[in-house]
Design a protein around this ligand. Sequence first.
Ligand code: GAP
Length: 533
Amino acid sequence: MSIDPSNSTPTPTPTPASQAPSPLKSMDSIMSLCKRRGFIYQASEIYGGINGFWDYGPLGAQLKKNLRDAWWQDVVMLPCWGRKGVNGRPVGIVPVDTTIIQHPKTWVASGHAEGFNDPMVDCRDTKGRYRYDHVQVYVPSDGHAGEKPVFAYVSDTASEAKQRKKAEKTFGEVASVALSSLPQPWTRVIGPDADKPGTLTEPRQFNLMFHTYTGAVFDEDNKVYLRPETAQGIFAQAKNVWDTTRVKVPFGIAQTGKSFRNEVTPRNFTFRSREFEQMEIEFFCHESEALAWYAYWRDWRMEWWKSLGLAGENLILREHDTDELAHYSKGTSDVEYRFPFTAPGYGELEGIAYRGNFDLSQHQKFSGVKMEYNDTERGEVLPNGSRRGERYIPHVIEPSAGLDRGVLAVLCEAYTKDESRPSPEIMKIHPRLAPVKAAIYPLVAKDGMPEIAEKLHTDVAARFAKLGQIEFDEKQSIGKRYARMDEAGCPYCFTIDGETMSNQTVTLRDRDTGQQVRMNINEVVGFLAGKLT
Ligand code: GAP
C-alpha cells in the first residue's frame, strides 16, 4: 500500500445512513444466545476476558467437532463425495498432523518472517495501534476542511459513532475517506481514540506471528514461532509423504489444526481471532493440469459449504481480480459469507488459491533438500519400452478454510427469530452439524412414561450418539424443554405421552416448523437414520 502525499484533495464517498442487517439477526442477539446456551464463551471471562480469544462451551465444542468431522469425512475419507477428478480418477487425499512449532527457517522460506505484516499506525498519545487499511476519516462532505481538524475512526468500533458525532458538529454533512488518501504528516487528523490532532504516526510494519523460545536460554538463537497457518507443515513434509507412501501426483495432503496470529484488531466475535483452527488441503499436480484442478476445487468447495445449509444469497464465490493475486498465483477465489457484521458485504470463509510451485521451491531453496517428484506416468519412453520419469516440482492448489469462521457462519445462518412461536429464537442448524441430534422426552414424569422414554433413549443413543448428543430430560414443562432444544438447534424431539401407552405411537416435533406428527415408536430409529446418516 503506498501513500501519495500529492493527493491532497481526496474524493469523499458519502457513508450510507445505515448498512445494518435486519434487527432480527443482530450480532448482539446471536452472541447472547451463544453464551446463554453454551455455544461460545469469552476466553478467561472470570478475569475480564482476553481480547481475540474464545472458548467453546458444550454445544459449541460439539458443533465445531461436527463441522471438522464433516470436512474430514468429505475431504479425507471420501474425497469430493467420491466424484472423479480432472484426470477421470478418484481424487486422492491423505492426512498429516504436523507441529505448531516448526523450524524457524520454515517461516523465512514461506515469507511469513518478512512479509507477514500489516502496516499499522500508532497513536503517540493514547498508545492505540490500528491497521492502516482499516482507518477511515470523517471529513466535510465537500472534502475541504480548511484549517479544521478531521476525525479518524475504525468502523465497527466505538470510535465510529463518537467521531461521526464530533465531525457532524464541526462540519454538518460529512463523508468518509480512507486515511491513506490524506497527505502525510497527518497533523490535522484526530486519532480514533484521541482528543487532539497530530498524534498518529506514519504507517509501520508489524509482524503477526507470536513467538516464544525453545530450551532454557531465551535469546534470538532459540526464538521460534507459533504457526500462523497449518499449510507450511504440509509443504515441509510433502516429500516424506510421496517417498514413504503409495500416493502419486495428482494427490492432496490435508490437515486440521490450530493457527495463531497476533491480529491487531481482533473483532466481530470469532471472525478475527488470535487463536483459531484451520482446515487446509495442499493438492499437488502437474503444471499442465493445474488450472483445471483449480477450477475443480474452487467449484467443489463452494458446493460443500452449500451442502451444509449456507446456501442462497448469503454465500458467494468471489474470483480475485488479477491485481489482487500474489505474484506466483494464477488464480484465487474466496468462498464468502454475508455475516450480519459484513452485510451488505461479505467476509471470507475459505480461500482457494493456485499457488504455482512457489512454496515447494522456497523450501527447496532454504533447506537444500530437492522437492522434485519423479512422475513415472509421464516422461520419455525409452527404446526398450520402459519410461524415464519426468522430474518436476509439483504445482499446488490450496483450499484453505477457517473452522471457527465456518462455525460462526453456521450459527449466523441458523439464527432465526419467529415471533409467532412461543419460543421465538430457533437455531436452524443443518442436521449433519447439529450438536444435539435428537431429544427423547416423557410428557410427564409419571404413569410409566419415563421408563418407555428411557428405553427409547438407550436405543437411539446406541445408534446415533457417535454423531452428537441424544438428549433425555423429564424436568420442566414440555414447552420449556422444546424451547431449549430450539435454541440448541436440535432438529427432532420425540415425546412419549398417554397415547403411547395405548397405541405405541410417539410425537415427533420438527424444530424448523414446530409441527408435530405421530409416529410408531418402532420407526424412530429408522426415521433418524434417514435424516442423520
Ligand atoms: N494457508 C493459506 C492461509 O492461511 P488465509 O486466507 O490467511 O490463508 C485461511 O487463511 C482461512 O483461515 C481464512 O479463509 C479464514 O477462514 C481463516 N482465518 C484466517 N485468519 C483468521 C483469524 N484471525 N481468525 C479466524 N479465522 C481466520
